[in-house]
Design a binder for this molecule. Structure first.
Ligand SMILES: Cc1cc2nc3c(=O)[nH]c(=O)nc-3n(C[C@H](O)[C@H](O)[C@H](O)COP(=O)(O)OP(=O)(O)OC[C@H]3O[C@@H](n4cnc5c(N)ncnc54)[C@H](O)[C@@H]3O)c2cc1C
Length: 413
């Protein structure tokens, strides 16, 4: 492949890694990276943590900066969104009217914060958090008008923003529609740990509750809640999940489901010239029923690299272990594998008070792990999951038995 032109839509984490890997690993044709944002590709996890807290500067988030893009001979179109794909002509149209020819097209358009149909939600003091610009606006709001903040949504981003707002001395209330926090990704005991963590910081957590309406008042905002109460606050942050930016693909008749663009193990859509990666892509993942989207830093990076390798002709299938992490107050939470539906569970408490919860199948295969301040031990726990190793629950729970030893024994068996 010497002259093929690869066009990547979405200059986020997956798009940035796809472009960089293509060039680093030998693509000699042209590469064009199209991004709706004006920033070079950057990492989003610090947006709800270090950026809000003022512990990191925006430059520190960059994955590949403008100078590196130039030296890698990667053309960019930043500040221009792609609006249409002509599959027959292999042509992409941008908002600035430009038409880009492609030989291979990679869709890394990520997602956006889900809107909720709540009357009054379009007020300027109601925020969402997806981009660096959102984070800088929110930081400004929280640091200059610190009062009471209502967070709608008790998932990871909602909890992280709530923790940051508390650390910025705001009063915080979280309302969550479900009857526990982070219901989709953790077991009920971990939801309870998270709830206690936030309650211990004087955050009010209202479960099984949603917001019916938002009204502007002289003092700020008033939220009418489904539990009959109303809440006066200065800012509202909506963190109610992600909607895939898959409109381009849908308009071009690529196969999508409710969660995004369907791809196979080589990141290919149903059009052999078009690929997808990152939050916008859904794939069949071992251990989950049906198609799923892995909304995480790790997946965006790994699938971005995998799509580049697939275009370069490698035939190694991308088979990720789901992984994510979160930081809230002094808790560092790490998750690998599948934690729901485990037949057997085991919990190890380390001398520093950190914990590892293991989720095993009926035949003692370690299918998932959740670490909370688990330190270096998490690395070995993750290896057990990634390699699908077997271990006895009693041994996993015993902090006197090194996990490294359990992994080695299982490999040797
Ligand atoms: C606040 C926040 C905190 C997070 N924290 C964590 C964490 O702690 N741990 C973790 O594992 N994961 C975390 N994540 C998730 C992780 O950051 C995402 O999974 C990852 O960024 C997905 O990468 P992506 O490239 O698929 O999408 P994105 O990084 O969202 O990039 C997509 C890009 O495509 C652009 N785009 C969209 N449509 C078009 C178009 N038509 N034309 C051109 N460009 C377009 C968008 O503007 C965007 O720049 C967090 C996410 C957020 C928002």
């Amino acid at each position: 492949m010497t002259t093929d032109r690869v066009v990547i839509v979405g200059a986020g984490q997956a798009g940035g890694w796809a472009a960089r890997t293509l060039r680093d690993e030998g693509h000699q044709g042209s590469i064009v990276l199209v991004g709706a944002e004006t920033h070079a590709p950057y990492e989003r996890p610090p947006l709800s943590k270090e950026i809000l807290l003022g512990l990191s500067q925006p430059e520190a988030l960059t994955i590949v900066d403008h100078a590196a893009l130039e030296s890698l001979n990667i053309e960019t179109r930043f500040g221009a969104a792609a609006v249409a794909i002509d599959r027959e002509a292999r042509q992409l149209e941008l908002t600035n009217g430009e038409q880009l020819q492609y030989d291979k097209l990679v869709l890394c358009t990520g997602g956006r914060a889900r809107d909720l149909p709540i009357p009054g939600i379009d007020h300027e003091r109601v925020h969402t958090l997806r981009s660096l610009d959102d984070a800088l606006r929110l930081k400004q709001a929280l640091t200059t008008q610190a009062g009471h903040v209502l967070v709608i949504g008790g998932g990871w981003i909602g909890l992280e923003v709530a923790a940051s707002a508390r650390q910025l001395h705001c009063g915080v209330t979280i309302v969550e529609f479900a009857d526990r926090l982070c219901q989709r990704s953790v077991t009920a005991d971990v939801s309870e740990v998270l709830q206690n963590l936030h309650a211990s910081q004087q955050t009010k957590v209202l479960l099984g509750t949603h917001v019916l309406a938002i009204k502007a008042t002289e003092q700020g905002l008033n939220a009418e809640l489904s539990n009959g109460q109303s809440l006066q606050c200065d800012h509202i942050i909506v963190a109610a999940g992600l909607l895939a930016n898959d409109e381009l693909a849908r308009q071009a008749d690529l196969t999508c489901n409710n969660h995004g663009i369907q791809v196979d193990g080589l990141c290919r859509t149903n059009d052999p010239s078009i690929y997808a990666a990152g939050d916008v892509a859904v794939m069949e993942t071992a251990g989950t029923a049906g198609w799923s989207r892995l909304e995480s830093w790790q997946n965006a990076q790994d699938q971005g690299m995998a799509v580049a390798r697939a275009i370069l002709g490698h035939d190694t299938l991308y088979r990720p272990t789901p992984m994510l992490w979160s930081q809230q107050f002094d808790q560092f939470i790490q998750i690998a594998g599948h934690v729901h539906g485990g037949a057997i569970t085991a919990m190890r408490t380390m001398p520093n008070g950190g914990t590892l919860r293991f989720y095993l199948t009926a035949d003692e295969v370690v299918a998932g792990v959740i670490g909370m301040n688990a330190g270096r031990d998490y690395r070995f726990a993750k290896q057990l999951v990634e390699r699908g190793l077997r271990a006895a629950a009693a041994e996993l729970a015993d902090p006197g038995i090194p996990l490294k030893q359990l992994a080695a024994a299982s490999l040797a068996a």
